[in-house]
Design a binder for this molecule. Sequence first.
Ligand SMILES: Nc1ncnc2c1ncn2[C@@H]1O[C@H](COP(=O)(O)OP(=O)(O)OP(=O)(O)O)[C@@H](O)[C@H]1O
Ligand SMILES: [Mg+2]
Length: 495
Amino acid sequence: MDKRFHLLTGTDVLAYTWIIPPGELISVGELAVIIDKGTKTRYFTRVTGMIHDHKTGGVLVTGLPIGCVGQDRTFRKPRTIPPLNSPVRPLDAGENILLRDFIGELEIGFMMSGNQKIVDLPVGIPSSVLNQHFGVFATTGMGKSNLMKVFCASAIITRTAGILLTDPHGEYATGQPGDPNSRGLVHHPKAQDGLCVFTIRNDDTALEYGMKHLQIGHKDLSIADLGLVFDLTPAQYEVVNLLVPFSTNDVIDFFINEDVESLPSHLRTTAYIGNHQDIAQRVRSAPSDALRLVQRQIRTLLDLTALFVDSSSSSLPEILAALDENKVVLIDIPGMSDAAELFVLSAISRAIFRERQRRFIEEGSAVTNGRTLISIEEAQRVLSQRSEKTGIFREIAMEGRKFGVGLGVITQQPKNIDQRVLAQMNTFFVMGLADRHDRETIASSAKHDLRVLDTEIQTLDMGDAVISTVGIPFPVSCHIHYFEDYLDELWESAS
Ligand SMILES: Nc1ncnc2c1ncn2[C@@H]1O[C@H](COP(=O)(O)OP(=O)(O)OP(=O)(O)O)[C@@H](O)[C@H]1O
Ligand SMILES: [Mg+2]
C-alpha cells in the first residue's frame, strides 16, 4: 500500500479532511484523489489548508473538492460526497491521463501538485475560449511575457485562432534585446507557416527573419483615438467630436497643411481659401486654444509614428488576412512610445472588429468569423473605469464575443480594470500578485471561486499560474514552460 494512503475523516460538499501522521509532509496545492469504493467514483481534491492535530500529533489536512469522475469517465461538479474512511492518496499515472481529457490543447505548461510538476499532465487552454476574453494578471517580472510567448508558440502549431500581439519592447519576435540566450517566435520551427511579423526594423533585419514592413495609412486612423492617448480637455473633446464625421485622411491633411491660427472664426470673417472648406466651416466655432492643441497633438502623433504611418499604403488587409488564416500576427515596434503603440493597436483592433462586425451582419452568423484574439499589454491603460479613455477596446470587451473577437487583457493592476470588463472574461491566468486588493478583485470575478485558493495564489513563484477558465471544469495550478526550453522541445518533436 502507498505510504501516503490515508483515510477520510470528514466530508462536506465544500471540504474534505484527513489526517496525515507526524513526520509526513504535504503542501498547499497538492492534488489528491479519494476513491468511493462502492460506486468506483474518484473524487479529486486540492489541499487548501492544514493544522496540527493534537490527538494524533499529525496534521489535519483540508482539501477543496474539485470534481469527480465516475465509471462513465465524465467529469462532474462535486455535488455528491465520498463516504467517511474512504482512502485518500496522491494521483496515479492513470488518473493523470484521465484528467488530460478535460484539459485544452494549446499547451502552456505542466500541472502542479503542490511543489511538484506533474510532467505527464501538460496543461493547455482550449481553443474554444479564444473568441472570449481572457486576462493575464501578475506583478512585474512574474512571467507574463514568457506565458504569452509560450501560448503563441502553441497557437502557431494548432492554428485554431488568429492572435494579434503588439510588442513595443521588441521581446516577442527575436527575444529579449541584449540577452544572447533569449529567443523569440521567429525561431519557432513552424514560424514560416504560422507566424506573420510586421516590423519597423531595418530592411536587413526584416529580410533575415522574413518579416514584413509595417505600414498604417492615414485612413486607418481615427481622430477619436486622440482621447485614448492624450488627456483631453472638454473643449478638445468638442473639437474631436466635430471632426468625427470627416475622413481621417482629410482631417490629417487639413491639420498638417493649414494653420488653424488663420482660420476665420465667428469673430473674424475673412474667407478661408484652403482645400478643406467643409472642415474649416465645421470647426470655426470651436475655441481656438483647443483647435491649436488638437493640431499639435495630431502632428506629435504623426511625428512619433512617422516610421510607418503615411497617407497611402497600409498593411491592414494583410494583417486581417493572416488572422483569418489563424496565424499569430506580431506587430513588432521596438522603442515605440506608449502613445504611438496605443494609437496603432487601436487602429488595427478597430479594423478587425469592424470587419468581423460587417461579416456578422452580412452573413448573419459568427460561424464564418472564426476566432481572433487581440492581446493588450498594460491593459489598464485602455480598460480602466475612465470610460473616455477606452475607445474601441471597451466596445470589443462588451460585444466582441458575439463577432468572434476576444481580448487578451494583460496587466499588473487588475484592480484598475473596469469591473464590467472583468465580468466579461471567461479565462483568468493568475500569477504572482503582491497586492491583496488585486487578488481580491480577481478572486471575486473569476469563473471558479478562487477565494479558497488565496494561500496558494499568494505563494506562486515566477512562472506559476492558477488558471480558471470555462473551458476546464476546475481551477488548474500550473508551471508555465520556460519559452526557450519549450522551443527546444518543439524543434525536437519537429525533427
Ligand atoms: N515559466 C518560467 N520559467 C522559468 N523562468 C521564467 C518563467 N517565466 C518567467 N521567467 C523568467 O522571469 C523573467 C521575467 O519574465 P517576464 O518577462 O515574462 O515577466 P513579465 O511579467 O512579463 O514582466 P514585466 O511586467 O516586466 O513585463 C524572464 O526573463 C525569465 O527569465
Ligand atoms: Mg512583460
